[in-house]
Write a protein that binds this ligand. Sequence first.
Ligand SMILES: Nc1ncnc2c1ncn2[C@@H]1O[C@H](COP(=O)(O)OP(=O)(O)OP(=O)(O)O)[C@@H](O)[C@H]1O
Length: 698
Amino acid sequence: MQLEIVVCLVAGKIEDRIRLPLDATEEELRACLIDGTVLCRILNKLCPGSVEMGGSSDPGFANVKRFLVAVDELGFPRFDLIDLEQGSLVPVLQCLGALKSSFDFGFWGENSKHLTRTGSDLLEIESLKGIDRSRGDISKFGQQCTQNREETQGNSVDSTSQVTDPSADLVHHIGQQLKQGTFVDFSDAKILESIKSTSLDNASTRSLFNVGHKILDDSIDRNNGDVPHCVAYLLRKVMQVIEQRFANQAVNLRIQNNIYKAREEKFLLKIKVLETLASGTTEENEVVLKQLQNIKLEKFDIEEQKKLEEEDAVRLKEEKYHRDSEISTLKQELELATSRHESYCQKLEANAKEAKLQLERKLRELESILTDSKQNQKELEASLENESGRWKNKERTYQSFVTYQSGALQELSGALESTRHEILKTKRSYSEDFNYLGLKLKGLTDAAEKYHAVLDENRKLYNEVQDLKGNIRVYCRIRPFLPGQSQKQTTIEYVGENGDLVIANPSKQGKDSRRLFKFNKVFGPAATQEDVYLDTQPLIRSVLDGYNVCIFAYGQTGSGKTYTMTGPSVSSTDDWGVNYRALNDLFQISQSREHSIAYEVGVQMVEIYNEQVRDLLSSEGPQKRLGIWNTTQPNGLAVPDASMHPVNSTADVLKLMNIGLMNRAVGATALNERSSRSHRLYSEWRGFLTDILLIVLP
Ligand SMILES: Nc1ncnc2c1ncn2[C@@H]1O[C@H](COP(=O)(O)OP(=O)(O)OP(=O)(O)O)[C@@H](O)[C@H]1O
């Protein structure tokens, strides 16, 4: 393949042939085009006079610069000088491709027609499209040219239509994206990029119409009536390119028209000259005739050419008419699409506003949540810090504790070792002592046996002393006047140390006006609870030695029986009466003897009222009567039928007494009426015995 064909193609005739081999490299092509002469010639042949060409001796790249200025003015894609100098040749080839495309379209009028006749050469330019533009592979370009030549040999103008259109890729690309709906997602910048990358300006007008149709067909196929913004933009771009081309074409037609008019005037002038010559000499006429024949021949050629051009003009007009109608249809569709697109845009804007509001609301919510979270985080961090501080303190404490313990352990193990030695030593001495003590123990056992015998003797003697003191002892306690009785006259005239008591009876005269009573001891009004108990205490030991003991209080109502036997209050031990003190001693002595003797203590609580005996601790209730009180019965005051309750401490007795007292209160009737035999004994002295309490120890 030779580049000269490119030159021939656009120049119409071969001048300054520059030969390039078929497998020309990129550098060979660059060397061919570098001075700009070839480029200027191509452009001048396409559009005569569009570039003023300097000589090949012009300094620098003057011709290239002129070519680029002219290309800019004509609205073709350009390339930079640097591309031709050392960069990629792809932009250069794209520029030539655009020139060729405009040629296809017949944009260049006369020249284009000339060129269309050189169909095979045209294919060489077509082969420019065969270059892998992205890689600028020139060798491929050569092979493609050869291939195209072979394929299209014998074909003329029509073969151009079979050659791949540069914008076919664009149509296919746009169709694919419309089908996939990916255009909808494109931004304007992306669409622009896409349009640039697919060389919309280089596309043929037919292809641009195809693009328009494709967009509209796909828009109808998609059935939703909406034309995406980017598609509308592309459509507008296509329309602009087509309009620009038609405008350029109209300008060109006007230029050609002017050229034709000038030529016509020139021919008319020539005809006039010929007519003038017709009236001249024969020699002159022969010369003129020869010239005339030449002119006729020339005229015939011109007429032929004119006829062809007229046909072209008609064809172009028709084509223009069709394209005008297509343009108006496209414009209408474009307007429709624009209005749809605007409404779609408005809808989108409304949606976007709503979405923005929602997002702002969500953002506020999220911000508040974030603030809360930060607060929580701070609190958690603070508590974590406290906790970790606490745990560190604990750790330190435990650490020191462990250190201390391990020290103590070491000490203990040392002590254990020494103790072990000590034990062994002690064991040895113990066995020695044991043998020694065994002997001693035998002596002690003998002594203990003797001691028990002595103890029994002692006990016997003690109880004999108690007997000697009297089996029945009667004590008298004088109750002090109660509050409010201070004005009362006392009936006690004399209290003897030996137990004598003289009572005065003011109602009687003479010898009967006073009477002497003899007791074991008389306690005065100032005697304490302890004083009263001291005489009773030795008898408690006799109880534990197996003797029967009975302590009871006898006296008129209000004489102080309960006070003496129980006490005014239980809370203070000083107030305790005979009962509590006796029980306390009973348990103390029994505990002190527990190693040698086991005692069982039981409690009965009965009430004798109107000679009727009632069991106050009976499980059958306080109303249970045990029979008639009879002082002559063999058991004396003991009541074998009353229930017995085992006790181990004074507290147990107190509990039982509370129960008994409660039962007594529940069962008591007509307490005020007293007619017991005992009362009758002292009825004679009732009036003046109210301050006397008898304590009887049988
Ligand atoms: N030695 C005393 N010192 C001070 N107050 C006493 C003394 N003896 C009795 N009293 C008081 O006299 C009042 C009557 O005493 P107490 O209830 O003991 O009589 P009682 O003989 O038990 O009467 P009853 O037969 O009606 O039960 C009580 O208020 C008591 O505190």
